[in-house]
Design a protein around this ligand. Structure first.
Ligand code: ME8
Length: 517
């Protein structure tokens, strides 16, 4: 039976329009999902929207519409973002769906039954923007003398009856989890941060609110709605059928990787495994957090209104260059400042010149000098073997990189081969061999076509549309584009379609970002 792989994005708040930051996390998760499918795994890839809570209720009020209507509208925009970015998600969960409410209430009942939820009274600071509670000691002083959350979000003093989750009781078991599963919180810098937070001691967590109503009702106590994070995190279970363990999707649990931004690592790496362990459920294998895209050094966000619009980028530069850029420019986990100029540079140098020209030069010679038929391989030279070996090693190299979400390293591995292929074509000069040694010319072009096939195959998850076009051009039938298919060479004599450029150079005006030129 094939291996299963379950990957998630955060479910996004429907308090404002999606932007490139959301697209980033989602594209990363999409690449993992596509890669695993290519590698023969059975994949479940989930994204969706987080529709409850005070933040959404306020945003709806500001817009003058009912929360559900507001949620419907913004959720559509996030579904639009999935389509825009070419996501291959298998489901899109909305926390206002009945299946989700059912799962939340069942999880609640289990936590109540195990004694991990008790009724008390909450008094403290709450930041609606973060949907998070803060201790007095965590607050910072704003320039105007007021108090704010460490994230800069305004806080309000809250005093109300509340149910609590006995988080304090889970400190040792959480630390034991981080010790025994070193990849559970990744990258490792985040792991140290989370471990020191947990070592510092955990307070019980307020998990219900009575001051507003836009949430999942607490079972048997309708004055309370569930704290939005308990509700939101449960989406990962509701989408695989929880509590129905007979659901065909249930075998996907536990998730292999939750890809999240570093702002929400604490919720995923501390609260979530504690909820799950308390409910007697297995915990996910990995919570991997990406860094920030910043604009002029500041985190892009809906609240700050400084975000780059994903639709503008896709319209201006094309989908695949944007997907490529997002994962190539910055090591996953680090922050990076966005600029159009950097995107244009990568598109023109790496996609148009390095890869696009390699394919174009090779395939136009096959069209002109080999009658458009896939040439036959001659006796292999040392150079042929070195290049082919490097190309054929790509599936396993990229697999290792993607197992650790090192997207930029995976792409660098592929580009090493592309650069080597460009050096090879310059050195072998098949255009000059045409008159002197046609058999060798055919051999060289055959090596190059094979290298392009390997490269395009492993790049499919990153740039699905362009790589499908490139694979069409090297004669790889859509049924034989998996990693395992690379073991079988394409038959010489195969008729190839007329070559067409896959990556045009960007020549227009690129406008946005600190170093746009
Ligand atoms: O936090 N750079 O939703 P959200 C990189 N509903 N990634 C960014 C980014 C940026 N500038 N801005 C946003 C929530 N993101 C909760 C999640 S999950 C059970 C509930 C990405 O709409 C990043 O992944 O505020 C971040 O964690 C997520 O969007 C936050 O989306």
């Amino acid at each position: 039976m094939s291996k299963r792989f379950y990957v998630t994005t955060p479910i996004y708040y429907v308090n404002g329009a999606p932007h490139i930051g959301h697209a980033y996390t989602s594209v990363a998760a999409d690449v993992l999902a596509r890669w695993r499918r290519l590698d023969g795994h059975e994949v479940f890839f989930l994204t969706g929207t987080d529709e409850h809570g005070q933040k959404v209720e306020k945003a709806a009020q500001d817009a003058g519409v009912a929360p559900q209507e507001f949620a419907d509208r913004i959720s559509k925009q996030f579904q639009g973002l999935s389509a825009l970015m070419g996501l291959s998600n298998d489901d899109f969960i909305r926390t206002t769906e009945a299946r989700h409410k059912l799962a939340c209430q069942e999880l609640w009942r289990r936590l109540r039954a195990s004694g991990d939820i008790y009724l008390g009274h909450y008094e403290g600071y709450y930041a609606v923007r973060d949907e998070a509670f803060y201790n007095e000691s965590e607050l910072v002083t704003r320039p105007d003398g007021g108090r704010a959350a460490p994230t800069g979000a305004p806080v309000e003093w809250v005093r109300e009856p509340s149910y609590f989750f006995r988080l304090s009781a889970w400190q040792d078991r959480l630390l034991a989890l981080y010790e025994s599963e070193p990849d559970f919180v990744s990258p490792s810098s985040r792991r140290s941060e989370v471990m020191s937070f947990v070592r510092g001691g955990l307070n019980d967590l307020s998990v219900s609110r009575t001051s507003f109503t836009w949430g999942v009702p607490v079972p048997d106590d309708p004055d309370h709605v569930m704290y939005v994070w308990l509700d939101a995190l449960t989406n990962y279970l509701s989408a695989v059928g929880f509590p129905d363990t007979e659901s065909p999707r249930w075998p996907f649990w536990p998730a292999d990787v939750h890809v999240v931004g570093k702002d929400i690592i604490r919720f995923h790496a501390v609260y979530w495994p504690a909820f799950l362990m308390a409910a007697g459920l297995p915990v996910p294998r990995c919570v991997f957090s990406n860094g920030w895209w910043t604009a002029a050094g500041e985190k892009m966000s809906k609240s700050l209104g400084n975000a780059v619009d994903a639709a503008r980028l896709v319209e201006t530069f094309g989908l695949d260059p944007v997907r490529y850029f997002l994962l190539r420019e910055v090591p996953f986990g680090n922050d990076g400042d966005y600029s159009d100029a950097a995107l244009v540079r990568r598109t023109n140098v790496e996609l148009a010149n390095d890869l696009g020209n390699l394919a174009q030069r090779t395939l136009s010679q096959v069209a002109k000098n080999c009658g458009g038929l896939l040439p036959a391989r001659g006796a292999a030279t040392v150079q042929d073997t070195a290049l082919l070996d490097a190309a054929q090693a790509l599936p396993s190299a990229v697999r290792d990189r993607l197992d650790r979400l090192a997207f930029h390293d995976a792409l660098e591995d592929v580009w090493k081969v592309i650069r080597a292929a460009n050096a090879y074509i310059d050195h072998q000069a098949p255009w000059a061999l045409r008159k002197t040694d046609a058999v060798r010319m055919a051999g060289v072009l055959s090596v190059l076509v094979e290298v392009i096939r390997c490269v395009a195959t492993v790049l499919q998850p990153f740039m699905p549309g362009s790589m499908a076009a490139m694979l069409d051009q090297v004669g790889a039938h859509p049924d034989v584009r998996g990693l395992a298919d690379l073991a079988t060479p394409l038959p010489p004599g195969l008729a190839l379609p007329a070559p067409q450029g896959v990556f045009p150079r960007f020549v227009g005006e690129a406008g946005q970002g600190a170093d746009a030129d």
